[in-house]
Design a protein around this ligand. Structure first.
Ligand code: G3I
Length: 314
């Protein structure tokens, strides 16, 4: 069976991958998405700069294509992302008035989550709201509204699409330290305030050989009475690539997949792309390479075998 079927045999929800028209238009990528994965995350097309480049002017051309691709291939969708400080148009950064920003957030969520109501399995409602030291990340949202922007985003998303699972998503929750401590504390505060938070996403943009602490962090997140998902998994390799490094990557993918399976609330794992050919890592980390399950030529890598082996263990 494929990765997604293996995952479902563990009574989990999906193995997914990030994509968008620019990558699923590659027929080899589309083929892997169809056969190996049960869920897609739009890599860029649902972000604020893509969907609402100027105030109350919405563009859904790429996101509609992604949703169409998912529905015609019976894939779940993880919506990504409603409120994020990055890939955010300048007109939003420029807002200084509380009432205006509140109205803008509500309108954005109503229009974007509303367009795909009933079609999105889970939304990353807020993304990357914490700094490395565990404080609230400075952004237009936190500066103008304080922590309450998080409550506002979740309550609005829940009203718009009551069946979608609503996630708080962040990176560097892969090891112990102030950031994951703060994430756990934040989720508990949201729960005490009755905010409809249903899941925590740990992105898992990992570095080869540095994945050992991931399973224990998944355990901690899995104790919060919310679903847990690995939302953006990749494991980048320092150049130059060697067969030994690919074998280490196989082990690392095995470790991470096993870590999810050991946590009852870990519902899914999304790779941040299908093929190394289109990974964001190339541009953002020029000294690293080859972070995904399929190589530049769309062949399965040892990493795939590591993931598959973890899913084959019962
Ligand atoms: O759309 C323009 C295109 O018109 C232009 O010709 C081209 C030239 O550079 O740029 C295109 O935009 C790029 C966009 O991806 C779409 O391909 C941006 O430059 C590029 O910066 C952008 O990168 C994305 C990045 O988020 C930006 O924040 C990556 O593809 C995407 O994988 C990455 O994803 C994020 C998650 O959303 C959140 N967590 C971290 C993760 C990795 O950074």
């Amino acid at each position: 069976g494929c990765l997604d079927q293996k995952m479902k045999a563990h009574k989990r929800v999906y193995i997914g991958a990030a994509t968008d028209p620019n990558t699923f238009n590659d027929t080899l990528v589309a083929q892997h998405l169809k056969t190996e994965f049960g869920c897609v995350t739009p890599e860029n097309s649902m972000k604020w700069e893509s969907t609402e480049p100027s105030r109350n002017t919405f563009t859904f051309s790429d996101s509609d294509k992604l949703v169409q691709f998912a529905s015609s291939n019976k894939k779940l969708i993880r919506g990504h992302t409603l409120v994020w400080h990055s890939q955010l148009p300048q007109w939003v950064h420029d807002i200084t008035d509380k009432a205006v920003l509140t109205e803008v957030i509500i309108n954005h969520i109503k229009k974007v989550a509303g367009r795909y109501r009933g079609k999105v399995y889970a939304w990353d409602v807020v993304n990357e709201v914490l700094s490395e030291d565990g404080t609230l990340r400075p952004s237009v949202f936190s500066t103008v509204l304080g922590e309450s922007f998080i409550d506002l985003a979740f309550r609005t998303a829940h009203a718009v699409d009551p069946h979608a699972k609503l996630y708080i998503n962040d990176y560097n929750l892969d090891g112990p330290g102030p950031k994951i401590d703060a994430m756990i504390a934040l989720i508990k505060r949201l729960q005490r305030r009755g905010v409809p938070v249903h899941g925590v996403g740990t992105q898992c943009h990992l570095i080869l050989g540095q994945v050992g602490a991931v399973p224990a962090q998944l355990q901690r997140l899995g104790g919060l009475n919310v679903d847990v998902a690995i939302t953006e998994l990749d494991i980048r390799i320092p150049k130059p690539l060697t067969p030994e490094l690919w074998r280490q990557q196989q082990e690392d993918f095995h470790t991470v997949f096993k870590g999810c399976l050991k946590v009852e609330r870990c519902v899914g794992i999304t790779a941040w792309g299908v093929s190394d050919k289109y990974s964001w890592v190339d541009t953002y980390f020029p000294t690293f390479d080859s972070p995904l399950l399929f190589d530049d030529y769309m062949n399965r890598k040892p990493a795939y075998d590591g993931a598959y082996a973890a899913l084959s263990d019962f």
